[in-house]
Ligand binder design. Structure first.
Ligand SMILES: Nc1ncnc2c1ncn2[C@@H]1O[C@H](COP(=O)(O)OP(=O)(O)OP(=O)(O)O)[C@@H](O)[C@H]1O
Ligand SMILES: [Mg+2]
Length: 258
């Protein structure tokens, strides 16, 4: 299954993606987790410590490597690029693994300034297409609210785009915007996970405001999740409740009627 997670800043994308990856890996599934947020922090939500991360550079910043790829030569601005660099060796060569979760960090593609970042773009988009289309692992992508990385050709392979929302109107607004973008690029299934839930009222508030969106489940407001973030560890490793809630979300995703 191929899953992308989006939502408003701070809504809980990384927490959901990281714990989901660990729950699935614990069930013996092979997982590729992709950190597509320029401000990368999926590693700690998976439980990869800072020591193991030291020296790991996001793919987007590896200019020498990108320039060497057949088909992705750097050139003068305006020059012609062949846009299908080789990517099939990247998941094995440039990833970290923890408890059965393989993490790939994409990083930030520089924007604007009149320069052409075609090679970087082609590589990262090519990599995403590759893992979505040709790999049989479970893939979970931690995205920002924009869906820039998801190009045409990839979207039809996404089984679900999960938009994580907090019980608040700004979060709902982002969910509607993401849904619109997703419709535009042809993602078939967009569903909601409610996070930072303090009780029945919060769940009702989400359902009332996001009618028409299937709701996969909820994650409670949970001091252990915040504690895990402070300590730079995965909530998966210290809290049974979040494990159980996210397991239920996975059930809803995989279950009948999906
Ligand atoms: N259910 C929860 N209970 C308490 N704290 C939470 C919960 N979910 C997330 N948090 C905290 O909220 C903050 C944001 O969570 P997270 O990093 O997962 O969100 P994000 O959507 O990935 O954010 P960003 O947009 O910055 O990437 C973190 O400090 C996290 O520990
Ligand atoms: Mg995040």
């Amino acid at each position: 299954m191929k899953i992308a997670v989006s939502g408003k800043g701070g809504a809980g994308k990384t927490t959901l993606a990281g714990v989901m990856a660990r729950v699935l890996a614990n069930r013996g599934k092979k997982i590729i987790a992709i950190d597509a947020d320029p401000d990368s922090n999926l590693a700690s939500a998976i439980g990869i410590d800072e020591g193991s991360l030291a020296g790991v550079r996001p793919l987007a910043s590896m200019e020498e490597f990108i320039a060497e790829r057949p088909g992705a030569k750097k050139g003068e601005y305006g020059s012609f690029f062949k846009l299908n660099p080789r990517v099939d060796d990247i998941p094995e060569r440039f990833s970290l693994t923890k408890e059965g979760v393989r993490l790939i960090i994409l990083g930030n593609i520089p924007q604007g300034g009149g320069g052409c970042f075609c090679a970087e773009n082609a590589l990262l988009r090519g990599l995403l297409s590759h893992v979505m289309i040709e790999r049989d692992e479970y893939v979970i992508v931690d995205l920002e609210a924009g869906l820039e990385y998801l190009g045409r050709g990839t979207t039809e392979y996404i089984d679900a785009l999960i938009v994580i929302v907090e019980p608040g109107r700004r979060s709902f607004q982002t969910a509607r915007q993401v849904k619109k973008l997703a419709d535009d690029i042809g993602i078939k299934k967009v569903c909601i996970v409610g996070n930072k839930i303090n009780g029945r009222e919060d769940k009702d508030f989400i359902r009332e405001n996001l009618q028409g969106f299937p709701v996969l489940g909820y994650i409670s407001q949970n001091a252990k999740i915040a504690e895990a973030d402070r300590r730079g560890i995965s909530p998966y490793d210290i809290d049974e409740t979040v494990r159980a809630e996210i397991a239920e979300i996975i059930e809803a995703l995989e279950g009948p009627g999906r």
